[in-house]
Design a protein around this ligand. Structure first.
Ligand SMILES: [Zn+2]
Length: 199
Protein backbone atom coordinates (compact mmCIF):
# COMPACT_ATOMS: atom_id res chain seq x y z
CA UNK A 1 0.00 0.00 0.00
CA UNK A 2 1.33 3.41 -0.96
CA UNK A 3 0.29 6.23 1.34
CA UNK A 4 -0.20 9.70 -0.10
CA UNK A 5 0.69 12.18 2.65
CA UNK A 6 -1.94 14.66 3.83
CA UNK A 7 -1.62 17.90 1.89
CA UNK A 8 -1.16 19.99 5.04
CA UNK A 9 1.86 17.91 6.09
CA UNK A 10 3.78 18.74 2.91
CA UNK A 11 4.65 22.18 4.28
CA UNK A 12 7.19 23.08 6.95
CA UNK A 13 5.63 23.68 10.40
CA UNK A 14 8.34 26.23 11.04
CA UNK A 15 8.42 28.45 7.92
CA UNK A 16 5.61 27.06 5.69
CA UNK A 17 7.90 26.28 2.74
CA UNK A 18 7.46 22.99 0.90
CA UNK A 19 9.28 20.15 2.68
CA UNK A 20 11.61 17.72 0.94
CA UNK A 21 9.85 14.41 1.57
CA UNK A 22 11.51 11.20 0.36
CA UNK A 23 9.48 8.22 -0.92
CA UNK A 24 7.70 6.10 1.69
CA UNK A 25 10.44 3.58 2.49
CA UNK A 26 13.42 5.92 2.26
CA UNK A 27 15.63 6.25 5.32
CA UNK A 28 16.42 9.89 4.61
CA UNK A 29 14.79 12.32 7.03
CA UNK A 30 12.26 14.85 5.83
CA UNK A 31 13.80 18.32 5.75
CA UNK A 32 13.19 21.95 4.93
CA UNK A 33 15.82 23.53 2.69
CA UNK A 34 14.79 27.02 3.78
CA UNK A 35 14.98 26.89 7.60
CA UNK A 36 16.73 23.58 8.28
CA UNK A 37 13.77 21.93 10.07
CA UNK A 38 13.94 18.11 10.02
CA UNK A 39 11.67 15.27 11.09
CA UNK A 40 12.19 11.49 11.03
CA UNK A 41 12.00 9.71 7.65
CA UNK A 42 8.51 8.47 6.87
CA UNK A 43 6.86 10.66 9.53
CA UNK A 44 4.30 12.21 7.14
CA UNK A 45 3.40 8.78 5.76
CA UNK A 46 2.98 7.19 9.19
CA UNK A 47 0.98 10.10 10.61
CA UNK A 48 -1.26 10.20 7.51
CA UNK A 49 -1.83 6.45 7.93
CA UNK A 50 -2.84 6.99 11.60
CA UNK A 51 -5.36 9.64 10.51
CA UNK A 52 -6.82 7.26 7.89
CA UNK A 53 -7.13 4.41 10.39
CA UNK A 54 -8.70 6.57 13.10
CA UNK A 55 -11.27 8.16 10.78
CA UNK A 56 -12.20 4.69 9.46
CA UNK A 57 -12.45 3.43 13.05
CA UNK A 58 -14.89 6.24 13.87
CA UNK A 59 -16.97 5.49 10.76
CA UNK A 60 -17.16 1.86 11.83
CA UNK A 61 -18.38 2.93 15.27
CA UNK A 62 -21.22 4.76 13.51
CA UNK A 63 -19.91 8.27 14.23
CA UNK A 64 -21.24 10.93 11.86
CA UNK A 65 -20.48 14.09 13.81
CA UNK A 66 -17.56 15.21 15.96
CA UNK A 67 -18.12 17.89 18.58
CA UNK A 68 -15.12 20.07 19.48
CA UNK A 69 -15.79 22.87 21.95
CA UNK A 70 -18.94 24.65 20.73
CA UNK A 71 -18.39 23.59 17.11
CA UNK A 72 -19.10 20.38 15.28
CA UNK A 73 -17.98 18.80 12.03
CA UNK A 74 -18.92 15.80 9.90
CA UNK A 75 -15.49 15.70 8.26
CA UNK A 76 -14.08 12.94 10.46
CA UNK A 77 -10.81 12.72 8.58
CA UNK A 78 -10.05 16.43 8.84
CA UNK A 79 -10.87 16.37 12.56
CA UNK A 80 -8.31 13.67 13.38
CA UNK A 81 -5.60 15.26 11.22
CA UNK A 82 -2.10 15.82 12.65
CA UNK A 83 -2.72 19.59 12.81
CA UNK A 84 -6.27 19.30 14.16
CA UNK A 85 -7.16 17.30 17.28
CA UNK A 86 -4.60 14.49 16.92
CA UNK A 87 -2.24 16.19 19.43
CA UNK A 88 -5.06 16.09 22.02
CA UNK A 89 -5.68 12.41 21.34
CA UNK A 90 -1.97 11.73 21.69
CA UNK A 91 -1.73 13.49 25.06
CA UNK A 92 -4.68 11.52 26.37
CA UNK A 93 -3.43 8.21 24.97
CA UNK A 94 -0.05 8.79 26.63
CA UNK A 95 -1.61 9.74 29.96
CA UNK A 96 -4.00 6.78 29.83
CA UNK A 97 -1.34 4.23 29.00
CA UNK A 98 1.02 5.63 31.66
CA UNK A 99 -0.91 3.64 34.25
CA UNK A 100 -0.28 0.39 32.35
CA UNK A 101 3.45 0.84 32.73
CA UNK A 102 6.35 2.61 31.13
CA UNK A 103 7.24 -0.26 28.83
CA UNK A 104 3.87 -0.08 27.18
CA UNK A 105 3.78 3.69 26.98
CA UNK A 106 6.07 3.74 24.03
CA UNK A 107 3.90 5.53 21.49
CA UNK A 108 6.37 6.58 18.76
CA UNK A 109 4.73 9.97 18.24
CA UNK A 110 5.41 13.46 19.49
CA UNK A 111 4.55 17.01 18.43
CA UNK A 112 6.34 20.05 17.02
CA UNK A 113 5.38 23.72 17.06
CA UNK A 114 3.11 24.67 14.15
CA UNK A 115 1.58 28.14 14.14
CA UNK A 116 -1.23 27.22 11.74
CA UNK A 117 -2.34 24.13 13.70
CA UNK A 118 -5.37 24.04 16.02
CA UNK A 119 -3.23 23.67 19.17
CA UNK A 120 -0.17 25.27 17.53
CA UNK A 121 1.21 21.71 17.57
CA UNK A 122 1.57 19.13 14.79
CA UNK A 123 2.03 15.39 15.36
CA UNK A 124 5.21 13.82 13.95
CA UNK A 125 6.95 10.52 14.63
CA UNK A 126 9.62 10.52 17.34
CA UNK A 127 11.86 8.01 15.56
CA UNK A 128 12.52 6.74 12.04
CA UNK A 129 12.61 3.14 13.21
CA UNK A 130 9.09 2.35 14.34
CA UNK A 131 9.15 -1.19 15.63
CA UNK A 132 5.55 -1.52 16.74
CA UNK A 133 3.04 0.70 14.88
CA UNK A 134 0.11 -1.10 16.51
CA UNK A 135 0.89 0.58 19.87
CA UNK A 136 0.11 4.00 18.38
CA UNK A 137 -3.01 2.79 16.60
CA UNK A 138 -4.46 0.79 19.49
CA UNK A 139 -3.86 3.41 22.18
CA UNK A 140 -5.28 6.26 20.06
CA UNK A 141 -8.31 4.16 19.06
CA UNK A 142 -8.91 3.16 22.68
CA UNK A 143 -8.86 6.83 23.70
CA UNK A 144 -11.46 7.69 21.03
CA UNK A 145 -13.53 4.65 21.97
CA UNK A 146 -13.67 5.73 25.63
CA UNK A 147 -14.80 9.26 24.65
CA UNK A 148 -17.43 7.76 22.33
CA UNK A 149 -18.82 5.62 25.16
CA UNK A 150 -19.09 8.74 27.36
CA UNK A 151 -20.76 10.65 24.49
CA UNK A 152 -23.43 8.00 24.11
CA UNK A 153 -24.19 8.08 27.84
CA UNK A 154 -24.28 11.90 27.86
CA UNK A 155 -26.37 12.33 24.75
CA UNK A 156 -28.69 9.36 24.27
CA UNK A 157 -30.74 11.08 21.53
CA UNK A 158 -27.74 11.27 19.22
CA UNK A 159 -26.45 7.91 20.43
CA UNK A 160 -23.54 6.45 18.48
CA UNK A 161 -23.76 9.15 15.77
CA UNK A 162 -22.08 11.87 17.84
CA UNK A 163 -18.59 11.88 19.32
CA UNK A 164 -18.25 14.69 21.86
CA UNK A 165 -14.51 15.28 22.22
CA UNK A 166 -15.15 17.67 25.09
CA UNK A 167 -15.53 14.39 26.99
CA UNK A 168 -12.03 13.28 26.08
CA UNK A 169 -10.37 12.16 29.30
CA UNK A 170 -8.29 13.10 31.27
CA UNK A 171 -7.74 16.31 29.22
CA UNK A 172 -10.71 17.56 27.19
CA UNK A 173 -10.19 19.00 23.68
CA UNK A 174 -11.58 22.26 25.01
CA UNK A 175 -8.68 22.64 27.48
CA UNK A 176 -6.52 24.08 24.74
CA UNK A 177 -3.81 25.61 26.89
CA UNK A 178 -3.32 22.39 28.91
CA UNK A 179 -2.93 20.36 25.73
CA UNK A 180 -0.50 22.82 24.17
CA UNK A 181 1.53 22.90 27.40
CA UNK A 182 1.57 19.14 27.86
CA UNK A 183 2.54 18.44 24.25
CA UNK A 184 5.35 21.02 24.43
CA UNK A 185 6.78 19.40 27.58
CA UNK A 186 6.40 15.95 26.08
CA UNK A 187 8.30 17.05 22.97
CA UNK A 188 11.14 18.34 25.15
CA UNK A 189 11.26 15.00 26.99
CA UNK A 190 11.33 13.11 23.68
CA UNK A 191 14.21 15.20 22.36
CA UNK A 192 16.15 14.64 25.59
CA UNK A 193 15.66 10.88 25.52
CA UNK A 194 16.67 10.72 21.86
CA UNK A 195 19.85 12.62 22.64
CA UNK A 196 20.55 10.21 25.51
CA UNK A 197 19.98 7.22 23.21
CA UNK A 198 22.37 8.71 20.67
CA UNK A 199 25.18 9.08 23.22
ZN1 LIG B 1 11.15 25.48 7.10
Amino acid sequence: MIITPSLSLLYCPNCNEKLTIEPMFSETNTSCSTCGYTEPAGSVHFVTFITEVLSQFLKNLGVEEIIIGDASTNDLRAAVDAQAILPALLVNAKLNTNTIGNGFNNIPLTTVHDESAFYQRRVVTSTNSIRNPSIAISTLSETLFAAHKMSMINNPTKGKKALDLNLLSPISVSQQSSITEYTSNDAVMNTTSQKMEAQ
